[in-house]
Design a protein. Structure first.
Length: 583
């Protein structure tokens, strides 16, 4: 990947032009896609305002894949949000890391690339007005953005800007995990992002040549020298400017000074937390709430900040009898070698995100498609780097994927520097609690299969003292963390609770204003949400530019239930999958 010239680093700190055709608020995942696609027209001037700093090419905390724990919680990279005391989680505040740097959360995330299940998009399309967001219409945009090194086919792209490599999963613990899954009655699959998601496999990841490939590095940096594209960092947008109900620009702060820029259109790409917050700060949202804060109401759009969704996860951890985990390679004494191997050769433990394999399963027969996702790691460790065992261990990350719990996000004041109030309502529904119990029991069933017998030295967390349904739920309340997938706070739709027109991404009730990011999703998908956000941005770029959308692709997908109410899939057109994950 071409390094960013120093003159462009300095240019991102200059004041922005006074007037542009399009201002993109947020240089994160979706913003980078839109900046690339919309500035391809040399007659359209595009400005990107990013509140964080530049993603310098010399910064190993961004570009070394294994360094991802060090950016989380660091104010130089992370907005450091947290929820309100969660009423069904022992009133714990749940920490939420979000990227505050060019590339947004794609510069600090786990680099896991999961599209979600095709039926996620059938679910989107089942809502009124959402027919153009079914799987057939989304698939061509997934393919357009991908360069899947495992090979292009009917489902996967091979020439897009986002290089995707398959995790090697060569540690013997991965072999035991895949064998144990089969022993527990679950299949392997060739590609969880292809024809069949359900099953276990090596995972795609956004790593290229041993380096993180963020949205900024894939989409933005290659086109930064376009004369009609302007990128400004350390530029916090504080308000959308309106004339009547038409957005005409934004106000922003940079290096202690306040600026305004006029724009033909404003597109918010600030994520599921910052986009609804900025809408509310600018007078678009629940009129009663905004009036109570002394904010002039531009449009009463009560759905702004509602329908907040996320994935919650726990780590189930085991000690290992055999010294096969990667724990020794991550000790402080081993880190000079790890750093040297990565810096000079782009190899070794520094070049992996560790989330190299996992799977998707159904926890009960009532669901139409997988409602649990597993990530397996050949080490027992938390995101903050702490480990419950001094020796060797392994773990799975597990949690329900489409909970019916819904939360709310609201600004606290008219001050743009005040963080918004967020309540996710984790574990608030019968379905959520039931699926959590099922999730832990499914995970334990896999991890205690004969394939793990040579390694299994006992469960560390939650431990044998947690067995009954209520004990499991108590442990989840005490131990669970967010999987960092907040979404749906400015969702597409045509009902009274929606915020965006699904045909244009325009905000209901105003003109010249659109939102394109995770907040736009009507329902969270059943996996990591980076890939769906990137697809959403690719498709939205055509909607904004007025291009003819890519034609739908009628590719089949696997469903365990023929005649599903969401879609009756045809028979598998390919040979049966291998009994071992492909190398």
């Amino acid at each position: 990947m071409k390094a960013l010239p120093q003159k462009l680093v300095g240019r991102t700190l200059l004041p922005a032009p006074d007037r542009v055709d399009l201002v993109i608020v947020g240089g994160g995942s979706a913003g980078c896609v839109l900046a690339n696609r919309l500035s391809a027209d040399p007659g359209t001037s595009v400005l990107v305002l990013e509140a964080g700093r530049a993603d310098l090419i010399i910064d190993p905390l961004i570009h070394m894949p294994a360094a991802l724990p060090f950016s989380i919680g660091n104010p130089l990279y992370d907005w450091k949000y947290e929820s309100e005391p969660e009423p069904f989680m022992n009133n714990r505040r749940i920490y939420h890391a979000r990227g505050k740097v060019l590339g947004g959360s794609s510069s600090i995330n786990g680099m896991i690339f999961q599209r979600g299940n095709p039926m996620d998009y059938q679910r989107w399309a089942a809502d009124p007005g959402m027919a153009s967001w079914d799987y057939a219409h989304c698939l061509p945009y997934f393919k357009r953005m991908e360069n899947c090194l495992a090979g292009a086919d009917r489902w996967r792209g091979g020439s897009g800007p986002l290089v995707l490599e398959r995790g090697p999963a060569t540690n013997p613990l991965f072999g035991a995990f895949f064998e144990a899954a089969q022993q527990a009655g679950y299949p392997l699959t060739d590609d969880v992002n292809g024809y069949r998601q359900e099953g276990f496999a090596r995972f795609d990841r956004t790593i290229s040549n041993g380096r993180r490939l963020s949205a900024a590095r894939a989409y933005l940096h290659p086109v930064m020298d376009r004369p009609n594209l302007h990128v400004r960092t350390l530029a916090l947008t504080t308000r959308i400017l309106f004339e009547g109900t038409r957005a005409v620009g934004v106000e922003y702060e940079q290096l202690g000074r306040r600026h305004t820029v006029r724009a033909g259109e404003v597109v918010l790409c600030s994520g599921a937390i910052n986009s609804p917050a900025l809408l509310q700060l600018s007078g678009v949202g629940n009129a009663e709430h905004l009036s109570g804060l002394g904010i002039d109401v531009v449009a009463d759009v009560p759905g702004v900040g509602e329908h907040l969704q996320d994935h919650l996860e726990v780590y189930i951890q085991y000690a290992s009898r055999l010294p096969v985990s990667i724990a020794p390679g991550l000790k402080w004494s081993a880190r000079p070698k790890l750093a040297a191997d990565w810096l000079f050769f782009r190899r070794g433990l520094g070049a992996t995100n560790h989330f190299e394999g996992g799977g998707f399963v159904r926890s009960n027969e009532d669901v139409d498609y997988p409602n649990l996702m597993f990530h397996f790691l050949p080490i027992a460790i938390r995101y903050d780097g702490t480990s419950p065992v001094k020796g060797h261990g392994y773990q799975v990350h597990i949690g329900p994927m489409y909970s019916d719990a819904r939360g709310t996000l609201r600004i606290r004041s008219a001050n743009p520097h005040d963080k918004p109030s967020m309540t996710f309502n984790y574990l608030s529904t019968d379905q959520d609690r039931r699926e959590w119990v099922e999730a832990i029991r499914v995970a334990r069933d896999i991890l205690t299969q004969p394939a793990f017998e040579p390694f299994n030295a006992g469960e560390i967390s939650p431990g044998p003292g947690v067995e009954t349904d209520e004990e499991i739920l108590d442990w989840v309340r005490h131990d669970a963390e967010t999987a960092l997938h907040p979404s749906c706070t400015a969702r597409m739709g045509v009902d009274g609770e929606s915020v965006l027109d699904p045909l244009t991404m325009r905000v209901h009730g105003v003109e010249g204003l659109r939102v394109v990011d995770a907040s736009s999703m009507p329902y969270v998908t059943n996996g990591n949400i980076y890939a769906p956000v990137m697809m959403l941005a690719e498709k939205s770029a055509d909607l904004i530019a007025g291009n003819t959308p890519l034609p739908p692709l009628d590719a089949p997908w696997f469903s365990h239930r023929a005649g599903s109410p969401l879609y009756p899939p045809p028979a598998d057109p390919r040979p049966a999958p291998r009994t071992e994950p492909s190398p």
